[in-house]
Ligand binder design. Sequence first.
Ligand code: ZN
Length: 511
Amino acid sequence: VSPTATARRSATAAYDELIHRVRDAHLLGSTGSLLHWDQEVMMPPGGVEHRSRQMSLLARLQHETLTADRIGELLAECEAGGLADDPMSPAAVNLRELRRTYDRRTRLPADLVAEEARLASVAQHHWVEARKESDFQRFRPDLTRVVDLLRRKAECLGWPADGEPWDALAEDFEPGCTARDVEAVFEPLRSRLRALLDQLRGGTPPDLAARRVRVPLERQREAVRAVAEQIGFDFTRGRLDTSAHPFCGGTHCNDVRLTTRFREDGFLDALSSTMHEAGHGMYEQGLLAEHVGTPMGDAVSLGIHESQSRMWENQVGRSLAFCEWLNARFGSIFGLKGPDAARRLFGAANRVEPDLIRVEADEATYNLHVMVRFDLERRLLRGDLDVADVPEAWNQGYRASLGVEVPDDARGCLQDVHWSGCMMGYFPTYTLGNLYAAQFYRQARRELGDLEGGYRTGRFQDLKAWLNQRIHAHGQRHRAADLCVAVTGEPLSADPLMEYLEGKLRPLYRV
Ligand SMILES: [Zn+2]
């Protein structure tokens, strides 16, 4: 039955009110982001207590706005009024996503939400101590409480009939993606990565000298800013500052805040963090201002966000063509002389080595670090793995996947902050980002031709414009898996990432 003209008129009014309320919630959230940026970049340490009260007030007001009964009434009115008839229209996309997040938020009892916030802050504190002492036993009671709480949370949220508790939690980070979906692409990736690492072990590792050159911090700061600008980050709508942990934040597509960090002997690290965050930042800047504050003006998922950062960091920033431009433009920084200078830079940026720490891993082995965590999380949430057995299971996973012996908990199961912050279901988004990056990039090359030829002369705008048009401008119109099909014509697969890694690393290692 088609809705009457009156119902449609009232649905339109309901939609306007709904969007108005949702935009108010976004104003609160983006104010919180600015306070967070300030805390990481500018705030004196003395401000921490007052700041945490400011941020928790904003978070509470935002939560109240988004879970008000009125939102539920408005959603129902819009849905009944035929506004979602064309599923790809901005109104239908907004309604679909607002319904999804409203249902999730209102399914969680208020005391569970409060308990989660409290537990995350206490557990994180204990995790810092435990990591310092490298003693898992000190963190064990907290992790037990975290797993218990997350299992209750998953029960409240529910998961698909053929799924598992992990799916319920991952929905916050990668909507629509289940453990089964992840496994389907991780499994071939795992075996091909191991085969590649075996081959590289028999090859000649590239020289690392270019990684260790000492560059004055002031010179590094100028250079990474120039690179971010050259690849297309818009400094009239964004900033680049320094913080302990690099991140991309900000308040709006016209105010995007990147941070990076510097070490005298770590210019290549500063450069790749900057390109990584600039990739996130260009996604944010590429969202459409007219949709800001609604799902149509928001990023698809963490995996898709990460695909944008990884593409600029890896596919672009670790290519030989980019190294040639970099060497021509900033060669004096590296002090590399001779006709093979760019090649040596390229080699140093692409050394692959199985090791212990995820955040220091190269782009190939990184994914194996993620898989160990994914496997443990699933088992913990299903109740198949006891918290007490986490260190042993972790160490076993590293032995089997990466072939390394974990010497202590600090360099083992205590290295990541996520679990202490009550976050499970998050890790795979990093590897999904690598997979999406490779698949999107392959498609960009098919459509745009010789991208690398452009990089040699500092031309990056073709890739950026393609990403703006094919991915950024659509906001949440497509779910991640559907976006992949819409952009590349194929579902996500391990092939593009493996072809990219094999195509680059085998010749480099001469195997
Ligand atoms: Zn990132």
